[in-house]
Design a protein around this ligand. Structure first.
Ligand code: TYC
Length: 116
């Protein structure tokens, strides 16, 4: 409300009287909705060289050589593993970068994203 009485009392809801019998209600507090997060996963296959997967993890997921090796071995042994967690657009970009890079090198490596 932004009527005479609320104004007299110093209340303010940020409404904007337009002079056309309507009011635009604007937000008083900042939006704090957290974005949904997505896991980016690598899938195991029988052909992609281990060294290539380690390189992918270093290059696109900023992992150290030791971290990359651990993740690669986890994927090799368990079939799937997490490379990182990102907002939707960042996750999409990582998946595309990995898939393009794997295709360029003719490796069947698969990279996917899933909502957390
Ligand atoms: N299994 C592969 C091999 O033995 C290595 C590998 C690891 C492939 C992880 C894909 O996401 C992967 N050469």
């Amino acid at each position: 409300m932004n009527n005479y009485w609320s104004k007299m009392q110093g209340e303010d809801d940020d409404s904007d009287e337009t002079g056309r019998g309507t009011a635009v209600i604007t937000r008083t507090r900042a939006k704090t909705k957290k974005p949904s997060l997505y896991r980016v996963l690598l899938l195991n296959d029988d052909y992609t060289p281990m060294e290539f997967v380690v390189h992918v993890l270093e290059r696109f997921f900023r992992k150290t050589r030791d971290e990359a090796t651990q993740i690669m071995l986890h994927v090799h042994n368990h079939g799937v593993g997490e490379c990182g967690v990102y907002t939707f657009e960042v996750a999409e970009t990582k998946v595309s970068q990995v898939m393009d890079f794997a295709r360029q090198h003719e490796h069947p490596l698969q990279c996917v994203m899933e909502k957390k």
